[in-house]
Design a protein around this ligand. Sequence first.
Ligand SMILES: NC(=O)C1=CN([C@@H]2O[C@H](COP(=O)(O)OP(=O)(O)OC[C@H]3O[C@@H](n4cnc5c(N)ncnc54)[C@H](O)[C@@H]3O)[C@@H](O)[C@H]2O)[C@@H](O)CC1
Ligand SMILES: [K+]
Length: 223
Amino acid sequence: MKREDVRRVDQIAIGTYGISGLVLMENAGRGAAEHIAALHHGSGADVKRPVCILCGPGNNGGDGYVIARHLELLGFPVRIVSLVPTDRLTGDAFANAAIAMKAGLPIQVARSAEDLEQLLVDDEIVVDCLLGTGATGAPRGLYADAVTVANARRGVRVAIDLPTGLDCDTGIPSDVTFRADMTVTFVAQKDGFSNSEAKPWLGTIHVVGIGVPKMLLMEFGVA
Ligand SMILES: NC(=O)C1=CN([C@@H]2O[C@H](COP(=O)(O)OP(=O)(O)OC[C@H]3O[C@@H](n4cnc5c(N)ncnc54)[C@H](O)[C@@H]3O)[C@@H](O)[C@H]2O)[C@@H](O)CC1
Ligand SMILES: [K+]
């Protein structure tokens, strides 16, 4: 599916069908959390590996706060590293960050590359909720730093919707692209995922439905 189309599906689900954006985000985040939890079931380990969720400024970041809440419920030690102060978030992302704060989920804000070097450690599951379908061009500033540091750490990497730095439509990676072992994408596979150049950055791909009606999916040829 093309970037514009998947964004349009979300808009129509909200604007025409009257499904709350919060409901879509909840479905997205919960579905992603279940795939992340399944990594543990396949690992054979007794102790659940800690999860570090990297959150960006938009709704991809918003998904991260939902994922954190569900992973905590599933028994995972979880913490959030946000690249923006949470009071700068808006809409559904702000709402879910506010829930996470009230719920006492640990949230740390990274303001520099040095902060990121300290906050990201080895042997965690790192979840990329930095940039999603709203990304334009290669990751800039702190977003590029976060991807570079995350890629350098030992551990499992999971991308949410798409790896930060990968072009959604062409599948061409930027110089700095999150290298995922698993990508959990929403609604449908993105067009770029079929490009062989994208494969090493995506890992295993899982598609999570977010509750958009079949009638709408059919309009866009994805059901
Ligand atoms: N209601 C919805 O629309 C839903 C959206 N969902 C999630 O929301 C995502 C889309 O959210 P948004 O539209 O808020 O977009 P993003 O979360 O991708 O964030 C876009 C913002 O990031 C910044 N940015 C863009 N390009 C950048 C770059 N190259 N370097 C640094 N910063 C950059 C800009 O501030 C831009 O406004 C999807 O990928 C998906 O994960 C899901 O929660 C499902 C429901
Ligand atoms: K992402």
